[in-house]
Write a protein that binds this ligand. Structure first.
Ligand code: ZN
Length: 420
């Protein structure tokens, strides 16, 4: 439990520790100037105990609990982010990022709600350890509403606070002002249907990363989105807009928000997932549902929805609306159209793209939540699978994916016109 007691009892013991450390302090006083930016050297996750090691002095740490999905963010000032280990025990995954110059953020994605206790810097300031104690979801939520907790290394082993050369402010719980609308490309005819292609991830969110080649999902999705755009425009039957045409970060609400504001007729979010099992391969198409079709779909949705939670801060409108989808009649109709399109896409693209056995799946993806735009999330393959990654990164593979989308899009709108 992250109680005040732990932190105040630490303060009481500081005097004693300072005395014990005095000889050590004197011997290193001349040798170690307090330099800035110790890298995060290692993060060790044991049974209920976490240790973060630094390769130099840091200025301090503060922790922040974030609920739904439950995670613990650890801001280390005077530090640079390093490599993250695999999750273990109560920690499902570890992520790191830079919160601005000189402040690293470590995010522990929790498997079960847990609170930090007995947090302390080592006597030499080179590591920070704490316990994780499992608690109920309710207790975690309550604690997450509390203030941030601060901790400092012993004074003689403390780096100076990083100077604020510029500050990064991230709004929490409030959507950012609307992003500029992208250009609509293709024939200059407003009566033609508009398809918005969304290249997943981008900017400081790389998405999944290939363990073989280091290829990043955000680059592959952008290349695919461009290839799809080019092929759709070449068809002359639709107009196209990309949510992003370069390497930039958009929160999920901005992505479907663009489609809604442009009054798009179809929204396709392009991804290339990773799986622990590197044999897993093939494409799948996801549509929105309150209930996930299987555990894997639920896990994938949780992972993709986390794109909003970069560096531990939820940049989306509100994380709680992930679980509460308003299913009014409009949305049901929209979802039916999306499902029809998903089936069509699988049928039309299978000649060019390898699909998984159960290719059409359902889950609660934030990016698919436009109530009035039929939306699908196209997982074009597994970036963790060597041959999928090669295929998706090649111009040839990108053309094949684009061809499948183009065929499906053409049939989709032809059907719609026929039924109207
Ligand atoms: Zn993705």
């Amino acid at each position: 439990m992250f109680s005040d007691k732990d932190w105040t009892s630490r303060r009481r013991s500081r005097h004693k520790r300072a005395v014990l450390l005095l000889p050590l302090f004197l011997s290193t006083l001349l040798a170690t100037p307090a330099v800035l930016a110790g890298n995060i050297g290692a993060i060790e996750i044991g049974e209920g105990e976490v240790t973060v090691r630094f390769d130099d002095l840091v200025a301090g740490a503060s922790t922040l609990l974030l609920a739904g999905p439950d995670r613990i963010a650890l801001d280390i000032s005077g530090a640079e982010a390093g490599h993250s280990p695999q999750g273990a025990g109560l920690v499902r995954a570890v992520r790191q990022g830079q919160q601005g110059p000189g402040t690293a953020r470590v995010v522990l994605d929790l498997d079960r709600p847990a609170l930090v206790s007995n947090a302390r810097f080592a006597a030499d300031g080179r590591s920070l350890s704490f316990r994780l104690d499992p608690v109920s979801a309710e207790e975690f939520r309550r604690a997450s509403r509390g203030p941030r907790l601060e901790l400092q290394p012993p004074a003689q082993f403390r780096a100076k606070r990083p100077e604020k050369r510029y500050s990064v402010t991230v709004p929490i719980g409030k959507p950012k002002p609307a992003v500029a609308l992208p250009r609509i490309e293709g024939p200059d005819n407003p009566r033609l249907p508009l398809v918005v292609i969304d290249a997943g991830h981008g900017g400081h969110d790389p998405g999944a990363i290939s363990p073989h080649s280091g290829k990043r999902e955000k680059d592959i999705t952008l290349a695919l989105a461009r290839a799809i755009r080019d092929d759709l425009i070449a068809s002359g039957r639709v107009r196209v807009a990309l949510t992003r045409g370069d390497d930039r970060y958009l929160v999920l609400e901005e992505r479907y928000g663009i489609a809604r504001r442009l009054k798009a007729d179809l929204f396709i979010s392009v991804h290339a997932d990773a799986a622990e099992n590197q044999q897993a391969s093939g494409a799948s198409i996801y549509t929105l549902s309150e209930v996930a079709s299987d555990r894997e779909a639920a896990r994938l949705a949780a992972r993709e929805n986390k794109a909003n939670i970069i560096n531990g801060v939820d940049l989306g409108a509100h994380s709680s609306d992930v679980s509460s989808i308003l299913l009014d009649l409009t949305q049901r109709e929209t979802m039916n159209v999306a499902s029809d399109f998903a089936r069509l896409l699988q049928r039309e693209a299978s000649g060019n793209v390898k699909f998984r056995t159960t290719a059409h799946r359902f889950a609660s993806f934030v990016v698919l939540k436009a109530p009035d735009t039929p939306s699908v999330l196209f997982e074009t393959g597994f970036i963790s699978n060597e041959s999928d990654a090669d295929f998706l990164a090649s111009a040839e593979g990108q053309k094949k994916v684009a061809r499948g989308v183009r065929q499906a899009v053409q049939i989709h709108f032809a059907r719609q016109i026929a039924s109207n």
